[in-house]
Design a protein around this ligand. Structure first.
Ligand code: AMP
Length: 398
Protein backbone atom coordinates (compact mmCIF):
# COMPACT_ATOMS: atom_id res chain seq x y z
CA UNK A 1 0.00 0.00 0.00
CA UNK A 2 1.30 3.46 -0.94
CA UNK A 3 0.34 6.46 1.17
CA UNK A 4 0.91 10.10 0.29
CA UNK A 5 1.34 12.33 3.35
CA UNK A 6 0.73 16.06 2.94
CA UNK A 7 1.45 18.97 5.25
CA UNK A 8 -0.02 22.16 3.80
CA UNK A 9 0.96 25.62 4.97
CA UNK A 10 -0.47 28.88 3.67
CA UNK A 11 2.18 29.13 0.94
CA UNK A 12 3.91 25.77 1.18
CA UNK A 13 3.22 22.08 0.83
CA UNK A 14 5.43 19.29 2.13
CA UNK A 15 4.91 15.72 0.96
CA UNK A 16 6.21 12.21 1.49
CA UNK A 17 5.18 9.08 -0.39
CA UNK A 18 5.45 5.96 1.79
CA UNK A 19 5.58 2.34 0.72
CA UNK A 20 3.77 0.86 3.71
CA UNK A 21 4.99 -2.68 2.96
CA UNK A 22 8.22 -1.71 4.71
CA UNK A 23 7.34 1.88 5.79
CA UNK A 24 10.06 3.24 3.52
CA UNK A 25 9.94 6.74 2.01
CA UNK A 26 9.80 6.48 -1.79
CA UNK A 27 10.02 10.23 -2.37
CA UNK A 28 9.62 13.45 -0.51
CA UNK A 29 9.60 17.10 -1.33
CA UNK A 30 8.41 20.60 -0.80
CA UNK A 31 6.53 23.22 -2.79
CA UNK A 32 7.38 26.74 -1.67
CA UNK A 33 5.96 30.20 -2.27
CA UNK A 34 2.59 28.98 -3.54
CA UNK A 35 0.65 32.01 -4.79
CA UNK A 36 3.58 34.36 -4.17
CA UNK A 37 5.30 34.12 -7.57
CA UNK A 38 8.79 32.68 -7.83
CA UNK A 39 7.38 29.30 -6.70
CA UNK A 40 9.53 26.21 -6.59
CA UNK A 41 9.10 22.47 -6.23
CA UNK A 42 11.95 20.48 -4.68
CA UNK A 43 11.54 16.75 -5.27
CA UNK A 44 13.75 14.08 -3.73
CA UNK A 45 13.13 10.57 -5.03
CA UNK A 46 14.70 7.83 -2.91
CA UNK A 47 18.06 6.78 -4.32
CA UNK A 48 18.00 9.36 -7.12
CA UNK A 49 19.14 12.96 -7.49
CA UNK A 50 17.13 15.80 -6.01
CA UNK A 51 15.48 18.09 -8.57
CA UNK A 52 14.17 21.64 -8.37
CA UNK A 53 11.46 22.96 -10.68
CA UNK A 54 10.64 26.66 -10.79
CA UNK A 55 7.15 27.46 -12.04
CA UNK A 56 4.17 29.69 -11.51
CA UNK A 57 2.22 27.86 -8.81
CA UNK A 58 -0.80 30.07 -8.10
CA UNK A 59 -2.65 27.76 -5.69
CA UNK A 60 -2.62 24.44 -3.82
CA UNK A 61 -4.47 22.70 -6.69
CA UNK A 62 -1.62 23.43 -9.09
CA UNK A 63 0.89 22.45 -6.39
CA UNK A 64 -0.77 19.02 -6.00
CA UNK A 65 -0.79 18.57 -9.80
CA UNK A 66 2.96 19.25 -9.83
CA UNK A 67 3.61 16.85 -6.97
CA UNK A 68 1.69 14.09 -8.76
CA UNK A 69 3.54 14.87 -12.00
CA UNK A 70 6.89 14.65 -10.16
CA UNK A 71 5.89 11.31 -8.58
CA UNK A 72 4.92 9.99 -12.05
CA UNK A 73 7.84 11.51 -13.95
CA UNK A 74 9.67 8.98 -16.15
CA UNK A 75 13.10 10.07 -14.95
CA UNK A 76 12.55 11.36 -11.42
CA UNK A 77 9.31 9.59 -10.52
CA UNK A 78 8.76 6.60 -8.24
CA UNK A 79 5.36 5.35 -9.45
CA UNK A 80 3.99 4.74 -12.93
CA UNK A 81 0.29 5.32 -12.36
CA UNK A 82 -1.54 7.75 -10.09
CA UNK A 83 -3.84 4.89 -9.03
CA UNK A 84 -0.88 3.42 -7.14
CA UNK A 85 -1.59 6.05 -4.45
CA UNK A 86 -3.98 4.20 -2.13
CA UNK A 87 -4.78 7.03 0.27
CA UNK A 88 -3.71 10.52 1.26
CA UNK A 89 -3.02 11.53 4.87
CA UNK A 90 -3.28 15.21 5.75
CA UNK A 91 -1.62 16.82 8.74
CA UNK A 92 -4.17 19.17 10.29
CA UNK A 93 -3.08 21.43 13.15
CA UNK A 94 -6.39 21.92 14.96
CA UNK A 95 -9.16 19.40 15.45
CA UNK A 96 -10.77 21.17 18.44
CA UNK A 97 -13.00 18.92 20.57
CA UNK A 98 -14.68 17.56 17.48
CA UNK A 99 -11.77 15.43 16.28
CA UNK A 100 -10.35 13.31 19.06
CA UNK A 101 -8.72 10.84 16.67
CA UNK A 102 -7.61 10.61 13.06
CA UNK A 103 -10.54 10.13 10.69
CA UNK A 104 -11.62 9.75 7.09
CA UNK A 105 -12.36 13.19 5.69
CA UNK A 106 -15.74 12.95 3.97
CA UNK A 107 -18.12 15.83 3.20
CA UNK A 108 -19.46 15.88 6.77
CA UNK A 109 -15.95 15.90 8.29
CA UNK A 110 -14.89 18.65 5.90
CA UNK A 111 -17.89 20.76 6.89
CA UNK A 112 -17.08 20.18 10.59
CA UNK A 113 -13.46 21.08 9.93
CA UNK A 114 -14.50 24.39 8.39
CA UNK A 115 -16.07 25.35 11.72
CA UNK A 116 -12.74 24.75 13.51
CA UNK A 117 -10.84 27.23 11.32
CA UNK A 118 -11.53 30.22 13.57
CA UNK A 119 -9.47 28.51 16.30
CA UNK A 120 -6.45 28.16 13.96
CA UNK A 121 -6.91 30.82 11.28
CA UNK A 122 -3.32 30.57 10.04
CA UNK A 123 -2.99 26.80 10.01
CA UNK A 124 -6.29 25.07 9.27
CA UNK A 125 -7.44 26.88 6.10
CA UNK A 126 -4.36 25.74 4.10
CA UNK A 127 -5.03 22.11 5.13
CA UNK A 128 -8.61 22.45 3.92
CA UNK A 129 -7.33 23.88 0.64
CA UNK A 130 -4.98 20.88 0.36
CA UNK A 131 -7.77 18.39 1.03
CA UNK A 132 -10.07 20.02 -1.53
CA UNK A 133 -7.27 20.13 -4.11
CA UNK A 134 -6.51 16.43 -3.55
CA UNK A 135 -10.17 15.46 -3.87
CA UNK A 136 -10.12 17.15 -7.27
CA UNK A 137 -6.71 16.06 -8.53
CA UNK A 138 -6.48 12.56 -7.00
CA UNK A 139 -10.18 11.60 -7.12
CA UNK A 140 -11.65 8.46 -5.59
CA UNK A 141 -8.85 8.05 -3.04
CA UNK A 142 -9.60 8.06 0.70
CA UNK A 143 -8.51 11.25 2.46
CA UNK A 144 -7.52 10.99 6.12
CA UNK A 145 -7.07 13.84 8.59
CA UNK A 146 -4.50 13.49 11.38
CA UNK A 147 -4.75 16.24 13.99
CA UNK A 148 -2.00 17.78 16.14
CA UNK A 149 -4.54 18.27 18.92
CA UNK A 150 -6.19 14.82 18.86
CA UNK A 151 -3.81 12.91 21.17
CA UNK A 152 -4.41 15.49 23.91
CA UNK A 153 -8.17 15.09 23.90
CA UNK A 154 -7.92 12.56 26.76
CA UNK A 155 -6.95 15.34 29.20
CA UNK A 156 -9.34 15.67 32.14
CA UNK A 157 -11.34 18.90 32.49
CA UNK A 158 -9.20 19.93 35.46
CA UNK A 159 -6.22 20.07 33.13
CA UNK A 160 -7.85 21.70 30.12
CA UNK A 161 -10.02 24.36 31.74
CA UNK A 162 -8.53 27.77 32.47
CA UNK A 163 -9.46 29.85 35.48
CA UNK A 164 -11.70 32.07 33.37
CA UNK A 165 -15.47 32.58 33.34
CA UNK A 166 -16.90 29.20 32.27
CA UNK A 167 -19.04 30.90 29.63
CA UNK A 168 -15.91 31.58 27.53
CA UNK A 169 -15.36 27.85 27.30
CA UNK A 170 -18.99 27.38 26.27
CA UNK A 171 -19.18 30.36 23.90
CA UNK A 172 -15.68 30.48 22.43
CA UNK A 173 -14.30 26.99 23.17
CA UNK A 174 -11.46 28.54 25.17
CA UNK A 175 -9.60 25.66 26.80
CA UNK A 176 -6.22 23.97 26.66
CA UNK A 177 -5.94 21.91 23.45
CA UNK A 178 -2.22 21.15 23.22
CA UNK A 179 -0.26 20.63 19.99
CA UNK A 180 2.52 18.40 18.57
CA UNK A 181 0.15 15.52 19.48
CA UNK A 182 1.26 13.32 16.59
CA UNK A 183 4.86 13.59 17.77
CA UNK A 184 4.01 12.98 21.45
CA UNK A 185 1.96 9.94 20.39
CA UNK A 186 4.75 8.56 18.20
CA UNK A 187 7.53 8.87 20.79
CA UNK A 188 5.43 7.82 23.79
CA UNK A 189 4.30 4.69 21.92
CA UNK A 190 7.90 3.90 21.00
CA UNK A 191 8.96 4.52 24.59
CA UNK A 192 6.27 2.11 25.84
CA UNK A 193 7.63 -0.44 23.38
CA UNK A 194 11.17 0.06 24.70
CA UNK A 195 9.92 -0.27 28.29
CA UNK A 196 7.94 -3.36 27.31
CA UNK A 197 4.78 -2.11 29.07
CA UNK A 198 1.70 -0.06 28.25
CA UNK A 199 0.94 1.21 31.72
CA UNK A 200 3.99 3.44 32.16
CA UNK A 201 4.02 7.08 33.26
CA UNK A 202 5.97 8.90 30.55
CA UNK A 203 6.94 12.55 30.12
CA UNK A 204 7.62 13.41 26.49
CA UNK A 205 9.68 16.54 25.75
CA UNK A 206 9.26 17.72 22.16
CA UNK A 207 11.92 20.43 22.07
CA UNK A 208 12.32 22.17 18.72
CA UNK A 209 11.67 25.60 17.35
CA UNK A 210 8.28 25.16 18.98
CA UNK A 211 8.44 23.10 22.15
CA UNK A 212 5.92 21.25 24.27
CA UNK A 213 5.89 18.60 26.97
CA UNK A 214 3.23 15.99 27.66
CA UNK A 215 2.43 13.78 30.61
CA UNK A 216 1.30 10.39 29.28
CA UNK A 217 -0.11 7.77 31.64
CA UNK A 218 -1.20 4.34 30.34
CA UNK A 219 -0.80 5.70 26.77
CA UNK A 220 -3.14 8.64 27.40
CA UNK A 221 -2.28 12.32 27.75
CA UNK A 222 -3.17 13.71 31.16
CA UNK A 223 -1.57 17.11 30.66
CA UNK A 224 0.42 19.10 28.10
CA UNK A 225 2.24 22.40 28.13
CA UNK A 226 0.84 24.15 25.06
CA UNK A 227 -2.61 25.57 25.53
CA UNK A 228 -5.40 27.29 23.64
CA UNK A 229 -2.68 28.13 21.12
CA UNK A 230 0.92 26.93 20.55
CA UNK A 231 2.17 30.05 22.33
CA UNK A 232 1.88 28.59 25.82
CA UNK A 233 4.25 26.49 27.89
CA UNK A 234 8.04 26.48 27.82
CA UNK A 235 10.29 29.17 26.34
CA UNK A 236 10.63 28.59 22.58
CA UNK A 237 12.67 29.91 19.65
CA UNK A 238 10.63 33.08 19.18
CA UNK A 239 7.59 32.40 21.40
CA UNK A 240 7.38 33.55 24.99
CA UNK A 241 5.77 30.47 26.49
CA UNK A 242 3.86 31.11 29.73
CA UNK A 243 3.98 34.68 31.03
CA UNK A 244 1.91 36.72 33.45
CA UNK A 245 -1.15 37.56 31.30
CA UNK A 246 -1.28 41.10 32.72
CA UNK A 247 1.97 41.85 30.85
CA UNK A 248 0.05 41.77 27.58
CA UNK A 249 -2.22 44.75 28.23
CA UNK A 250 0.55 46.60 30.07
CA UNK A 251 2.97 46.39 27.11
CA UNK A 252 0.20 47.20 24.64
CA UNK A 253 -0.51 50.41 26.53
CA UNK A 254 3.14 51.36 27.05
CA UNK A 255 4.22 50.64 23.47
CA UNK A 256 0.96 51.66 21.79
CA UNK A 257 0.56 48.25 20.17
CA UNK A 258 -2.60 46.87 18.62
CA UNK A 259 -3.51 43.17 18.95
CA UNK A 260 -1.68 42.16 15.75
CA UNK A 261 1.52 43.90 16.87
CA UNK A 262 1.28 42.37 20.35
CA UNK A 263 0.71 38.93 18.85
CA UNK A 264 3.85 39.43 16.77
CA UNK A 265 5.85 40.35 19.89
CA UNK A 266 4.72 37.21 21.73
CA UNK A 267 5.02 34.83 18.77
CA UNK A 268 7.94 36.18 16.76
CA UNK A 269 10.10 38.44 18.90
CA UNK A 270 10.22 36.64 22.23
CA UNK A 271 11.67 33.36 23.45
CA UNK A 272 15.36 32.55 22.94
CA UNK A 273 15.56 35.36 20.39
CA UNK A 274 13.87 37.91 22.62
CA UNK A 275 16.06 37.29 25.66
CA UNK A 276 19.38 36.64 23.93
CA UNK A 277 19.04 39.12 21.06
CA UNK A 278 21.23 36.60 19.20
CA UNK A 279 18.98 34.12 17.44
CA UNK A 280 15.94 31.88 17.75
CA UNK A 281 18.15 28.97 16.73
CA UNK A 282 19.41 26.97 19.70
CA UNK A 283 22.76 26.26 18.02
CA UNK A 284 23.62 29.96 17.77
CA UNK A 285 22.39 30.71 21.29
CA UNK A 286 24.53 27.86 22.69
CA UNK A 287 27.49 29.12 20.68
CA UNK A 288 27.05 32.72 21.91
CA UNK A 289 26.68 31.54 25.53
CA UNK A 290 29.85 29.50 25.12
CA UNK A 291 31.63 32.67 23.99
CA UNK A 292 30.50 34.47 27.13
CA UNK A 293 27.38 36.31 25.93
CA UNK A 294 25.47 36.93 29.18
CA UNK A 295 22.03 37.32 27.64
CA UNK A 296 22.50 34.10 25.66
CA UNK A 297 23.44 32.37 28.94
CA UNK A 298 20.27 33.66 30.61
CA UNK A 299 18.13 32.61 27.63
CA UNK A 300 19.47 29.06 27.99
CA UNK A 301 18.82 29.10 31.73
CA UNK A 302 15.23 30.23 31.21
CA UNK A 303 14.68 27.54 28.56
CA UNK A 304 16.09 24.81 30.80
CA UNK A 305 14.22 26.07 33.86
CA UNK A 306 10.87 26.01 32.08
CA UNK A 307 11.47 22.46 30.82
CA UNK A 308 12.62 21.26 34.25
CA UNK A 309 9.56 22.90 35.88
CA UNK A 310 7.12 21.13 33.58
CA UNK A 311 8.85 17.79 34.13
CA UNK A 312 8.56 18.31 37.89
CA UNK A 313 4.92 19.37 37.59
CA UNK A 314 4.02 16.35 35.48
CA UNK A 315 5.83 13.90 37.74
CA UNK A 316 3.78 15.37 40.60
CA UNK A 317 0.53 15.26 38.64
CA UNK A 318 1.04 11.61 37.67
CA UNK A 319 2.36 10.82 41.16
CA UNK A 320 5.52 9.42 39.61
CA UNK A 321 7.31 8.96 36.34
CA UNK A 322 8.84 5.87 34.74
CA UNK A 323 10.48 7.42 31.69
CA UNK A 324 11.35 10.75 30.12
CA UNK A 325 11.74 11.15 26.35
CA UNK A 326 13.59 13.85 24.44
CA UNK A 327 12.67 14.48 20.81
CA UNK A 328 12.60 17.07 17.95
CA UNK A 329 15.45 19.35 16.81
CA UNK A 330 16.83 20.31 20.22
CA UNK A 331 15.75 17.14 22.04
CA UNK A 332 17.37 14.88 19.44
CA UNK A 333 20.49 16.92 18.76
CA UNK A 334 21.55 19.00 21.73
CA UNK A 335 23.50 16.87 24.19
CA UNK A 336 24.14 20.09 26.11
CA UNK A 337 20.46 20.88 26.74
CA UNK A 338 19.64 17.27 27.65
CA UNK A 339 22.53 17.17 30.12
CA UNK A 340 21.61 20.53 31.67
CA UNK A 341 17.95 19.51 32.05
CA UNK A 342 18.75 16.06 33.47
CA UNK A 343 21.17 17.60 35.99
CA UNK A 344 18.06 18.83 37.83
CA UNK A 345 16.26 15.50 37.76
CA UNK A 346 18.38 13.43 40.11
CA UNK A 347 15.75 14.00 42.86
CA UNK A 348 13.27 12.08 40.67
CA UNK A 349 15.63 9.12 40.37
CA UNK A 350 17.34 9.93 37.07
CA UNK A 351 20.85 8.47 36.94
CA UNK A 352 22.18 10.24 33.86
CA UNK A 353 24.66 8.54 31.53
CA UNK A 354 26.85 11.35 30.14
CA UNK A 355 28.72 9.02 27.77
CA UNK A 356 25.52 7.66 26.20
CA UNK A 357 24.19 11.22 25.93
CA UNK A 358 27.11 12.20 23.72
CA UNK A 359 25.25 11.55 20.47
CA UNK A 360 22.94 13.20 17.95
CA UNK A 361 19.79 12.29 16.09
CA UNK A 362 19.48 8.64 16.99
CA UNK A 363 17.49 6.48 19.36
CA UNK A 364 19.45 5.94 22.55
CA UNK A 365 18.92 5.44 26.27
CA UNK A 366 20.75 8.18 28.16
CA UNK A 367 20.16 6.93 31.70
CA UNK A 368 22.32 4.31 33.39
CA UNK A 369 21.02 0.73 33.54
CA UNK A 370 19.95 1.01 37.21
CA UNK A 371 18.32 4.42 36.85
CA UNK A 372 14.93 4.49 38.61
CA UNK A 373 13.59 6.76 35.86
CA UNK A 374 14.72 5.79 32.37
CA UNK A 375 15.58 8.57 29.92
CA UNK A 376 15.53 8.14 26.14
CA UNK A 377 16.25 10.13 23.01
CA UNK A 378 13.70 9.01 20.42
CA UNK A 379 13.71 10.72 17.01
CA UNK A 380 10.17 11.73 16.15
CA UNK A 381 8.50 10.88 12.85
CA UNK A 382 5.17 12.62 12.49
CA UNK A 383 4.89 11.78 8.79
CA UNK A 384 5.21 8.05 9.46
CA UNK A 385 2.60 8.29 12.21
CA UNK A 386 0.25 10.02 9.74
CA UNK A 387 0.98 7.33 7.13
CA UNK A 388 0.22 4.56 9.65
CA UNK A 389 -3.10 6.13 10.67
CA UNK A 390 -3.99 6.72 7.03
CA UNK A 391 -3.24 3.10 6.11
CA UNK A 392 -5.34 1.77 9.00
CA UNK A 393 -8.32 4.01 8.19
CA UNK A 394 -8.08 3.44 4.43
CA UNK A 395 -8.09 -0.33 5.00
CA UNK A 396 -11.12 -0.01 7.27
CA UNK A 397 -13.22 1.53 4.47
CA UNK A 398 -12.10 -0.84 1.68
P1 AMP B 1 12.69 21.56 14.93
O1 AMP B 1 11.68 22.66 15.07
O2 AMP B 1 12.27 20.28 15.57
O3 AMP B 1 13.19 21.39 13.51
O4 AMP B 1 13.99 22.03 15.78
C1 AMP B 1 14.70 23.17 15.44
C2 AMP B 1 15.62 23.52 16.60
O5 AMP B 1 16.56 22.45 16.81
C3 AMP B 1 16.45 24.78 16.37
O6 AMP B 1 16.44 25.58 17.54
C4 AMP B 1 17.84 24.23 16.17
O7 AMP B 1 18.81 25.12 16.60
C5 AMP B 1 17.83 23.02 17.07
N1 AMP B 1 18.95 22.14 16.73
C6 AMP B 1 19.14 21.39 15.64
N2 AMP B 1 20.35 20.78 15.69
C7 AMP B 1 20.94 21.17 16.86
C8 AMP B 1 22.19 20.90 17.50
N3 AMP B 1 23.09 20.10 16.96
N4 AMP B 1 22.42 21.48 18.70
C9 AMP B 1 21.52 22.30 19.26
N5 AMP B 1 20.34 22.59 18.71
C10 AMP B 1 20.03 22.03 17.53
Amino acid sequence: MKILVLNCGSSSLKYQLFNMDDESVMAKGLVEKIGLGDSELTHQPQGKDKIKISADIPNHGVAIEMVVAALLDKEHGVISDMREIDAVGHRIVHGAQMFSASCIIDDKALADLETVSELAPLHNPPSILGIRACCEKIPGVPMVGVFDTAFHQTMPAANYLYGLPYEYYEKYKIRRYGFHGTSHRFVSARCAELLGRNDAKIITCHLGNGSSLSAVDHGKVVDTSMGFTPLAGVLMGTRSGDIDPAIVTYVMEKEGLDTAAMNAVLNKKSGLLGISGVSSDMRYVEEAADQGNERAKIALEVFRKTVVSFIGAYAAEMNGVDAIVFTAGIGENSALERAAICANLTYLGVDFDAAANDCRGKEVEISKPDSKVRVFVIPTNEELMIARDTKALAESVK
